[in-house]
Structures are given as C-alpha cells and as structure tokens.
Design a protein around this ligand. Structure first.
Ligand code: NI
Length: 170
C-alpha cells in the first residue's frame, strides 16, 4: 500500500461529530486520501476507518474485515448509503477514535452499502456478522455518529472516561 499513516482523531474533535460532505472530485487527492486511510487502518490494526477519523470531512470509508462465514473483505466506499436487515445482535464494539474501551451494542446482522469507488464507478457491498457491524459503524461515522452515541448517556460517559491514547497515535 502506497499510503502514509495519518493521525487518528479522537472523540471530542469536531470533525468526528458533524456530517461529512459528499465527494464530487474523483481526483488524485481522493486516491491519496484512500491510500493513507488504508495505511492508517493497518498501523492501528483496525477493521474499518472513516475519513473524518483522519480529519477529512468527506464521505469515504475503508474496511478490512471478516464476515460471519470467516471471509475477509477489503475495500473502500465513497458516498455510501446503507440498508440493514436481520435481527439485531449484541456484540462488543470499539472504535479507533474512542481508543481503549469496548461496549456491547445491538446491530442488525445484515447490511448492504451502495456507493461509488475512487474512480466514481458504482459499488455494492453486502456484509454479514462482524462485517455488517463494521459497515454500519463506518457509515455512522460519515453522519457524525460514533458507536457510543447509540448508548445510554451514563454508559457513554463511562466509556469516554475509560479512553486512553494508543501508543501508535501518541
Ligand atoms: Ni469508529
């Protein structure tokens, strides 16, 4: 991967708490952003990363995640929309922008994301299990929503108190 890791923003940074702009220019700068996001995700050992997490308010996310069948999925989506179905399932969830703690959160077990790739060509990605969770988590980021925003206020405060910076991001 040609990218360079960028600093990962942490909860409280305004860029994480506002809706992203749609991508309109499918240029070299977008390609560089996506490469850098892959590099950042790899260094952080994440399963997904959204552009606002590296300080860019554009609707883009990358993923490297296993589904319910143990199949690995690696890719990126620009300007995604999402549809979910299936019984909500509780599972531990964490976020590179909320470093340290994890918390259980119920999410539907099937998700389909539609959008475009770095060239503007249509893409559709369907995920099950943990990958379905990942697709929902990353799409949320682009709306300015962190997983902890789905938790009751007292739980959210507790998770935020437990945050600690990762070594690679210090
Ligand atoms: Ni996250």
């Amino acid at each position: 991967m040609a990218g360079t890791p960028r600093l990962i923003r942490v909860a409280g940074d305004p860029v994480l708490h506002q809706p992203c702009r749609q991508v309109t220019s499918f240029d070299a700068e977008l390609g560089e952003l996506i490469d850098d996001m892959f590099a950042s995700m790899a260094v952080a050992e994440g399963v997904g990363l959204a552009a606002p997490q590296v300080g860019v308010d554009l609707a883009v996310f990358v993923y490297d995640c296993f589904d319910a069948a143990g199949q690995r999925h690696v890719g990126h989506v620009v300007n995604p929309t999402i549809e979910t179905s299936g019984e909500p399932e509780e599972h531990d969830e964490g976020c590179l922008s909320v470093p340290g703690p994890y918390h259980e959160l119920a999410r539907p077990t099937l998700a389909t994301v539609r959008g475009v790739d770095r060239t503007g060509a249509s893409v559709e990605v369907t995920g099950t299990g943990f990958f379905a969770r990942c697709l929902q988590h990353e799409t949320d980021h682009l709306r300015g929503v962190l997983y902890i925003d789905h938790l009751p206020r007292n739980r959210r405060r507790r998770v935020l108190r437990e945050m600690e910076p990762f070594e690679w991001n210090a």
